[in-house]
Design a protein around this ligand. Structure first.
Ligand code: GLN
Ligand code: ZN
Length: 774
């Protein structure tokens, strides 16, 4: 029985990679210095895994930016518009590499960054390969073999990790319609052959091919190509051991396909889908080894040895221990590095620490699990006993079981029996209350989080200013923001969210059941890392979280000010979640806490309340047959937050994705009075949905792209607005940017919003004239 890892975090325990890459981008260090940092991180990781007793240690799991971008470079699939730059920067490979990820605006070039999107259902983002019809590939970047050799020199034989050819194609995009990316397999395979022969020459014994698409719905064409590709590759390299890695999902209807592939080992995720083991064991061919993903690579909980050993034992019984490999469920890049690096005096409560395990601890768990599973008498081993003590102390903790919260969850049905009337009735009542013009202008919530504002929070945390001083500074910022919004002519104002470090962390910090790591960083993309909150217990709110700020903002103006909240689905999906209960239940707990906040805001006089759900779309399960179940509880959770208010209180929501086509009914079922969405990037392409689906409530398609520093002109915004008015009736239309403005500077925000308001006013005039003419 071998132990195996699929990938180790590459950011460095003190975020060395971030610091070095950013210094390189700022031209403060040279490419060589950055390379050196990369090498140190790799060597540290390999040595750690070797010392920890891992047999199959991954290489090429390191990346300066993203593993898909590395693969794009490896197979020479650089999009044509960058070829010229590639020649120009031929002696500066790293600089060229980063320009694909970040764009290049120098020396007369003006190249945008390549598209980036979320990696399956994680919060990691990858660079999308862009292929053209007739795409040529060539074995360009020798990174996999270079890293293999580097480890070999340090005395460690590693298992290179490659994105498999099918998943590489399935991850990519072809811009021209009518061309199928899968047709490019015959031109891609020769590059894999070159690459593998290079690895073979260097002495690679195992190679890992990541093929996560085997856990998704596949077309018959793709299924067939899987067989074609691996048959061809294996025929060329009978002596290399192939491992195919699947993760994040179950093989489901691809089980027999996966088991037919002529490979030596198949890796499966048993933390999310332990039940798939039985079926797979039954049909695993004799020549195949199974890699059991028993240690959760996506969460921070200590492995329950009893549970894992149960799975391992049943595998041993059926196929024998020689054919079993023990692994984490997926690459550990989705997990923080080291629990031992957590500061003990703040951050995670002392009681919770023994319940947790980060990447390094997970590696040790694999080693211990192997030893235990080879010992017939494992239940009497002290390692096992200690593990079960920790697992039980978590299970029995009073934090996990708050009776009050449980009672509320049991009665959640009654909460959903809303007294709210249908939208038409509500709309009339709200209009009477709010007296808004046609095409009201508003923003999404946040205003610039300047260095100054963030500095105040740092000072507060360090004890350099008092809570009172901090409060006054924030209030002053709110005051300025309200004054500016009135002057600019917005119809519905916001307080600006200056007091929030992050839209999830802010609420998490104020609710029970949440904990925060001090060093639990995870790569989100490039040098951007996040530190997700940990939901460890039943969630509840003991005091109002936002009313004070909103009341203050309202006291400064006679215009309506929106109360701003983060929705339960987003709070859930952007945190590490409990694994001892269904996601839906934790989501309902958060929803009840947010509901209390909504009702507090309403009671104190807030007439418009926005509950943001930017993550709703990305939470969709990988398999379509699981969508309905997810959407049902996600929509229900939103309705728990909003269903308690009076007809006259207007509920807004905001979402960051415009790709709603396949879930538009569910978006409508949220029954928010107003929804604002992102779309100016896609040139309002999303509007097609509304041509086919009569969206019942009010809607504000974002018409100013806040992701770019550009200031759109009045004409440009007017055009987009007219386009929107073509499919959405004007009495349902709101005017707003496409997301919060926290990442922008006031110098950009002020002129852009001013232009947006001018466009809104033009639209209002036009509609008044038109209605008179009728
Ligand atoms: N209200 C939030 C803001 O304006 C919404 C952010 C988001 O959609 N991600 O910042
Ligand atoms: Zn947004």
């Amino acid at each position: 029985m071998l132990t195996n890892n699929l990938g180790f975090p590459r950011i460095g325990i003190n975020r060395e990679l971030k610091k070095a890459s950013e210094a390189f981008w700022a031209e403060k260090i040279s490419a060589d210095e950055l390379e050196k940092t990369g090498m140190e991180i790799r060597l540290t990781n390999w040595k750690f895994q070797k010392d920890a007793g891992i047999d199959l240690i991954p290489s090429n799991d390191f990346s300066f930016y993203d593993q898909v971008l590395d693969m794009i470079m490896t197979v020479g699939a650089v999009p044509t518009e960058y070829i010229c730059l590639k020649n120009f920067l031929r002696n500066e490979l790293l600089e060229f590499y980063f320009s694909l990820a970040r764009g290049y605006q120098k020396e007369g070039y003006d190249l945008p960054a390549m598209e980036m999107t979320k990696w399956f259902d994680t919060n990691y983002h990858y660079i999308v390969p862009e292929l053209v019809p007739g795409q040529r590939f060539n074995y360009f970047l020798k990174k996999p073999v270079n890293e293999f050799n580097e480890a070999k020199e340090a005395g460690i034989i590693t298992k290179p990790v490659l994105i498999g050819p099918l998943s590489f194609l399935l991850l990519s995009k072809v811009r021209l319609k009518g061309f199928d990316r899968m047709e490019m397999l015959p031109s891609l395979l020769p590059v894999y052959i070159d690459l593998l022969s290079d690895l073979q020459k260097s002495g690679a014994v195992w190679v890992q091919f990541d093929e996560p698409f085997l856990t998704m719905d596949l077309s018959d064409v793709s299924k067939n190509l899987y067989k074609v590709a691996y048959k061809e590759l294996k025929a060329e390299f009978p002596d290399i051991k192939f491992m195919i890695a699947t993760y994040f999902g179950r093989l489901g209807n691809n089980t027999s396909l996966a088991l037919q592939l002529p490979v030596d080992a198949l890796h499966i995720d048993l933390t999310r889908y332990p039940e798939q083991l039985e079926e797979i064991l039954r049909v695993t061919p004799e020549e195949m080894t199974l890699s059991l993903g028993v240690v959760d690579g996506r969460n921070i909980w200590k492995n329950d040895y009893k549970k894992s050993l149960g799975l391992i034992q049943s595998a041993i019984k059926q196929i024998g221990e020689e054919r079993i490999i023990l692994s984490p469920s997926c690459s550990l890049i989705h997990s923080p590095i080291d629990l031992a690096a957590e500061k003990r005096d703040k951050g995670i409560p002392e009681e919770v620490i023994p319940w947790m395990s980060f990447a390094k601890q997970k590696i040790n768990e694999l080693y211990e699990l192997r030893n235990l599973s080879l010992n017939k008498d494992y239940t009497s081993q002290s390692i096992f006993i200690k593990n079960q003590e920790d697992i039980n102390s978590r299970r029995k903790s009073h934090h996990l079981n708050n009776d009050n919260v449980r009672n509320r969850i049991e009665n959640i049905g009654s909460v959903l029996q809303t007294k709210r009337s249908n939208f038409q009735v509500r709309k009339l009542k709200q209009q009477k209350e709010l007296n808004l013009p046609i095409c009201p202008a508003t923003t999404i919530g946040s205003f610039p989080q300047t260095t100054e504002v963030r500095g105040w929070r740092q000072k507060l945390n360090k004890g350099e200013i008092t809570t009172g001083e901090y409060r006054d500074l924030i209030r002053n910022e709110i005051k300025n923001a309200i004054a500016w919004q009135e002057e600019a002519g917005l119809d519905v104002l916001v307080h600006g969210e200056f007091e929030r470090n992050d839209m999830v962390e802010y609420f998490g910090e104020m609710m029970d059941g949440f904990a925060f790591t001090t060093n639990g960083w995870i790569q989100s993309y490039g040098s951007r890392y996040v530190k997700p909150p940990v939901i460890y217990g039943d969630v509840s709110r003991s005091r109002p979280m936002t009313t004070e700020w909103i009341n203050y903002a309202r006291s400064l103006t006679s215009k309506p000010v929106k109360g701003m909240l983060t929705g339960p689905v987003t709070i859930l999906l952007w945190s590490f979640v409990r694994d001892d209960k269904p996601l839906s239940e934790t989501c309902f707990q958060i929803a009840l806490a947010i509901r209390d906040e909504v009702l507090d805001l309403e009671r104190e006089g807030t007439r418009i309340i926005q509950i943001d759900e930017p993550a709703l779309r990305e939470g969709l399960p990988l398999r379509k047959d699981e969508w309905d179940d997810y959407l049902e509880w996600a929509v229900k959770a939103f309705r728990v937050t909003s269903s308690g208010v009076d007809d006259r209180t207007q509920i807004h929501t905001h979402m960051c994705y415009s790709e709603f086509n396949d879930i538009i009914q569910h978006i409508a079922a949220l029954d928010a009075d107003v929804i604002t969405i992102e779309c100016s990037r896609s040139r309002m392409e999303f509007l097609d949905v509304f041509a086919n689906f009569n969206y019942p409530n009010d809607i504000g398609p974002g018409i100013y792209d806040i992701h770019s520093p550009r200031i759109p002109s009045v004409n440009e915004i007017s055009d987009l607005l007219l386009k929107a008015a073509g499919v959405i009736s004007i009495d349902k239309l709101w005017v707003n940017p496409d997301c919060g403005l926290k990442t922008r500077r006031w110098e950009e925000v002020k002129p852009a919003i001013t232009n947006m308001i001018k466009a809104a006013k033009m639209m209002q005039k036009k509609s008044i004239v038109e209605s008179r003419e009728q």
